[in-house]
Design a protein around this ligand. Structure first.
Ligand SMILES: Nc1ncnc2c1ncn2[C@@H]1O[C@H](COP(=O)(O)OP(=O)(O)OP(=O)(O)O)[C@@H](O)[C@H]1O
Length: 250
C-alpha cells in the first residue's frame, strides 16, 4: 500500500496548441492537506480532471490511492470525495435525493440527514435543489463529496460562492477530515483559507509547478519577509514565472 494519495510523474496535457499542464510531478501524502494554487488558466482543473480520469494525460503517469485512474477509474472514484468546479444540481430533486443518489452509487449506508447537518442544510433537506442559492448548491455538493468516508477529498474551489459561515463550515470540514487522516487536495483562490488549513502548497503557473512546500519554505525560497502574507508570496511567484522557474525555487 502506497503512503501517497496522489503521485503525478511528468504529466503533460495538451489541447491542440495549448499546453494546459506541463511536465507536472507532484506527490500528496496519505494524511496531507495540500493546497493547489495558481492564477486563472494555470491548469488546476485540468490536473484534477486527470486524477479522476475525466481527461487523460498526453504524457506522463498518475497514481491515485495507489491505483492507475486510467485502468481502475471507477474503483478510484469510489474511494474519492470530489467537489467539482461549478457543480450543477438537478433542479427538481431534493437535497436528500441528491445525497441518496451518491450513497446508492457508492454502495454505502450513510444518513443523508447527518451529511446535510455537516454542511448546515438540514432545514431544506426535502426542498428541490432548484430553489437553492449558489452557496447552498455548493454546500450540497460538498455533502455529496463526503459520502462514504472517502480516503481522499479532491475539492475544486471549495470556498467560492460561500458566505463567511459557509467558508467556516468548509474549513471545519477540511480540518475534521484531516483529523480522520483523510488526504485533502484542493484548489483555491481564497488564499487566507488555504493558509489556515494546508500542510503544503503547490503553485502552478502556465501548467508548470513553479513552487512547492510549506508556507515558510515558500517564503524562504524567495527571501520574503517572515510576515509576508500568502497573497504576497503568491504574487511574487506568479507575476514572473520565468524568473521563478529558472531560479529553481522549488
Ligand atoms: N477542453 C479544453 N479544450 C481546450 N483548452 C482547454 C480545455 N480545458 C482547459 N483548457 C485550457 O487549459 C488551460 C488550463 O485550464 P484550467 O481550467 O485547467 O485552469 P485553472 O487553473 O483551473 O483555471 P481557473 O483558476 O480559472 O479555474 C487554459 O488555457 C484553458 O483555456
Amino acid at each position: 500500500m502506497s503512503d501517497n494519495s496522489i503521485e503525478l510523474r511528468g504529466v503533460t496535457k495538451r489541447f491542440d496548441n495549448t499546453v494546459a499542464v506541463d511536465d507536472l510531478s507532484l506527490t500528496v501524502k496519505d494524511d496531507e492537506t495540500y493546497g493547489f494554487l495558481g492564477p486563472n488558466g494555470a491548469g488546476k482543473s485540468t490536473t484534477i480532471s486527470m486524477l479522476l480520469d475525466y481527461q487523460r494525460p498526453t504524457e506522463g503517469t498518475a497514481r491515485v490511492l495507489g491505483q492507475d485512474p486510467q485502468t481502475d477509474g471507477a474503483e478510484v472514484r469510489a474511494k474519492i470525495g470530489n467537489l467539482p468546479d461549478q457543480y450543477s444540481t438537478y433542479n427538481k430533486l431534493s437535497a436528500r435525493r441528491h445525497l441518496q443518489f451518491v450513497i446508492d452509487t457508492k454502495g454505502v449506508d450513510d444518513d443523508p440527514e447527518r451529511l446535510l447537518e455537516r454542511v448546515g442544510l438540514t432545514d431544506v433537506i426535502n426542498e428541490p435543489a432548484g430553489t437553492f442559492s449558489q452557496g447552498m448548491k455548493q454546500r450540497l455538493a460538498l455533502a455529496m463529496a463526503l459520502v462514504g468516508e472517502p480516503e481522499l477529498l479532491i475539492l475544486d474551489e471549495p470556498f467560492t460562492g460561500l458566505d463567511p459561515h459557509g467558508v467556516r463550515t468548509v474549513r471545519d470540514i477540511v480540518q475534521a477530515e484531516r483529523e480522520r487522516d483523510t488526504a485533502v487536495f484542493f484548489s483555491s483562490h481564497i488564499l487566507g483559507q488555504v493558509e489556515l488549513v494546508c500542510d503544503r502548497i503547490g503553485i502552478l503557473h502556465n501548467g508548470r509547478l513553479i513552487a512547492e512546500g510549506t508556507l515558510d519554505e515558500l517564503r524562504a525560497n524567495i527571501d520574503a519577509d517572515e510576515d509576508a502574507s500568502i497573497e504576497d508570496i503568491f504574487v511574487a511567484y506568479t507575476h514572473d514565472s520565468v524568473r521563478a522557474t529558472t531560479e529553481g525555487v522549488r
